[in-house]
Ligand binder design. Structure first.
Ligand code: NOJ
Ligand code: CA
Length: 712
């Protein structure tokens, strides 16, 4: 890996200086740090000469000791520069530049003699800063009552938000002015464990747009041994203040020095596409800690899964009697319902389908005992993660899969009984190793046990990180559902390939679903922290197909489902629909078979959060490009200049588009497939239906194709 590190350290020992200024390498961003009259640290941020963050206070309120809010003096300021290029194990691009200027401010609280450092890193597209506490006599163990980091905004910006909530991020986004935020008005139905705690709280990542057209993303990076940061909104003064997720005692974080908080991040640009391209969150995480990453394989998978989400098809549980709510291996008591999804027969059919169509993995949910009463009872012992149902022959199914060159993906639904999961995890891994599993999906549906802990609190944050580390040690890839949202830790543990941690496609099967704009907002919010296992690729759009009269549906056209493989980045992508639904549309299915999941390069062509998004990506170690263009409920013309192509070549573009009369609601499944010759001079204009999209695969043309095909 090519690595250039420039370090210039200028220490400033002048104690009388109460303020410092730091510029980004391209000089677009300027950070000012200052201690105010009460000795409280403050900062402000300018972008291209305009204020983005007004003077905002920094500090922590402690539970037992006096707080770390004011009475500070600066004892040292250290400036440095950093510039390196690193290669992610997988990603949207093959190389990432990490260039930033740094300011470390060392503060001493005069009365208590405690030291608090604040480290600022200013990148060309944003700021990261964190609090650091070294080992010291007067600050050893401490409990955080709350962190009071402010983000004072300059006006009543347009805001893309979901309600503050300690246990879920599976909401639809609301788009309002800052002054109009009211979390109590948001509908949380369909979400198992939701509870808003303040009408003025929202979650991060938060996206804002000023009326001058500036995009601002507020988030955090490297959430380790700390609680997730939510934001309290002062709707009158446009000030956001951090608020951490508490435990049962109301404590927000338990600290022992040396200890650093996660990075607080502000990414800024006058172009929406720059927000999507930002690598600041990743750059603020530690480099890869896995010595040999060969076992990590970006891949597409199918699964015994959608059949349990659509009405009237399969169940996770084996037993038929809904009154028998107990986890048991007394099969006579349970009696098979005939609707169990994870049977030998079904799994074999999926293995054959995966092998035939080039999918590496087959997720099997509902393979293990416990699903009869997995939810709703806040019960300690539900799953043991090792006992298969009698109609799932774990040994022979794995052997059969391996004989066909594919692998089963393990599923550990914990039902949020996390202590129970931790008790069983070593045995569960042993079972995986024995049968050759190398990928795992976890799940945390329900209220957390230990009772009183929250999904996004410090205890659970530590659990998710422990599981990722443990799986890395065991060479297992991980996909977590219902965890805290990711904060770029896949740089450090690239075996942690994806998370759900937002409202996925599944909501379309059994709830009011996801509005057509949903997928145009997620890349600007949730995906800022890492890939999402959104489970795209649903072809049979309306649930009425499974159950007459059922009004639920996927809120996109079929073509948009294809485009999501490009716009919703993940190295782990599911072809989520049932194989029989793909068999009916093998021509469209071809795009899912062809599309890559790991990339050399990515071009963000056009984007507006809440409205539309067009992305082109070059497949890893290949000349093939893939384009995805999506829109919200409004039809639009996507204009796609093909400048990214090699100027010396002709390519064949296969375009999977909405039919002219397609519409997400009235005619979602109608698509057309066209082929043209294109070059880097071509500009494709493609009509997208309301709730629609378009997917394009682009391959170098053969001589025969150059002769025979029409130019775009
Ligand atoms: C919710 C997950 O998001 C979904 O993918 C899974 O099928 C169910 N929980 C059951 O674990
Ligand atoms: Ca979920």
């Amino acid at each position: 890996m090519k690595k250039i590190i420039l370090t210039a350290i200028i220490a400033n020992f002048l104690l009388c200086i109460n303020s410092q200024t730091l510029r980004s390498p391209n000089k677009n961003l300027i950070l000012n740090f200052e201690l105010n009259d009460s000795g409280q640290p403050t900062y402000k941020l300018n972008y291209k000469g305009n204020e983005v963050i007004r003077t905002s206070k920094l500090g922590l309120e402690l539970k037992k000791n006096s707080s770390l809010l004011e009475n500070f003096e600066i004892t040292d300021s250290v400036f440095s520069k950093f510039d390196e290029t690193w290669k992610p194990v997988w990603g949207e691009v093959k190389e990432i530049s990490n260039e930033h200027n740094e300011l470390l401010v060392v503060l001493k609280q005069k009365k208590t003699e405690r030291i608090m450092k604040i480290r600022f890193r200013l990148f060309n597209d944003g700021l990261g800063f964190r609090y650091e506490f070294e080992k010291q006599a007067n600050l050893n163990y401490f409990e955080v009552a709350d962190e009071h980091t402010q983000f004072a905004l300059t006006g009543n910006h347009k805001t893309f938000w979901i309600p503050g909530d300690y246990d879920t991020n599976e909401y639809c986004y609301s788009t309002t002015l800052l002054s109009e935020i009211d979390a109590s008005k948001v509908d949380g139905s369909g979400i198992g464990t939701h509870g808003f705690f303040s009408k003025n709280a929202v979650q991060s990542p938060l996206l804002l747009k000023t009326d001058k057209g500036l995009y601002i993303s507020i988030f955090e990076a490297a959430l380790i041994n700390y609680s997730a940061m939510q934001l309290l909104v002062d709707c009158k003064n446009y000030v956001l203040t951090s608020s951490l997720v508490p435990d049962a005692f109301g404590t927000k974080a338990y600290m022992q020095t040396p200890h650093n908080t996660p990075w607080r991040t502000i990414i800024v640009s006058d172009k929406a596409t720059d927000i999507l391209a930002s690598k600041t969150i990743l750059n603020l995480n530690e480099p890869c800690k896995i010595a040999n990453t060969d076992f990590i394989k970006p891949q597409k998978y199918i699964g015994i899964w959608w059949g349990m989400h659509v009405p009237d098809k399969w169940t996770w549980s084996y037993g038929e009697d809904p009154n028998i709510k107990l986890a048991t291996t007394n099969w006579d008591l349970l009696k098979p319902s005939g609707r169990h999804g994870a049977t030998n027969e079904n799994v074999k059919y999926y293995i054959d389908f995966a092998a035939k169509h080039g999918f590496s993995g087959i997720l099997v949910e509902g393979w293990n005992v416990g699903w009869e009463d997995w939810i709703g009872n806040w019960k300690e012992d539900v799953f043991d993660f090792t006992t298969p149902y009698p109609d799932f022959d774990i040994q022979n199914l794995n052997l059969y899969a391996q004989s066909k060159g594919v692998k089963l993906i393990m599923h550990h639904e914990t039902s949020a009984s996390v202590t129970n999961y931790e008790r069983h995890i070593d045995k569960a891994i042993e079972l995986m190793k024995k049968h050759g599993y190398d990928a795992l999906k976890t799940g945390y549906v329900g209220w957390i046990i230990p009772r009183g802990e929250h999904h996004d609190g410090q205890w659970m944050v530590n659990h998710y990180n422990r599981v990722a580390e443990k799986m890395a040690q065991n060479k297992i890839m991980l996909d977590a559902h219902e965890p805290v949202r990711p904060t770029g830790q896949h740089r450090t543990y690239p075996n942690w390939m994806a998370c759900e941690a937002a409202r996925g496609n599944e909501f379309n099967a059994w709830s009011a679903g996801n509005k057509p704009e949903h997928e145009t907002i997620l890349p600007f919010t949730r995906l800022m922290g890492g890939p999402m296992d959104y489970t795209p690729g649903i072809f049979e759009i309306k649930m009425d197909y499974y159950q007459k009269g059922n009004k639920n549906q996927v809120h996109t056209t079929l073509a948009k489902q294809l485009a999501l493989y490009v716009t919703m980045y993940s190295p782990l992508q599911m072809a989520a629909d049932l194989p029989e639904n793909y068999e009916k549309h093998l021509d469209a299915f071809q795009f899912i078979k062809d599309v890559a999941v790991d990339w050399d390069d990515t071009k963000y062509i056009e984007a507006e959060p809440g409205d539309y998004l067009t992305i082109a990506r070059k497949a890893k170690n290949s000349d093939n490009w893939f384009v995805g263009a999506i829109t919200d409920e409004n039809a639009r013309k996507a204009i796609i200049p093909m400048q990214f192509l090699d100027e010396k070549c002709w390519y064949v573009a296969t375009i999977y588009a909405d039919a002219t009369d397609a519409n997400w609601e009235s005619n979602p499944m109608k698509y057309v497939i066209k082929q043209f010759l294109v070059s880097n001079k071509s500009i494709l204009t493609q009509q997208l239906a309301p709730g629609g999209g378009c997917a394009i695969s682009i391959k170098k043309a053969t001589k025969a194709e150059i002769k025979g095909l029409r130019k775009a």
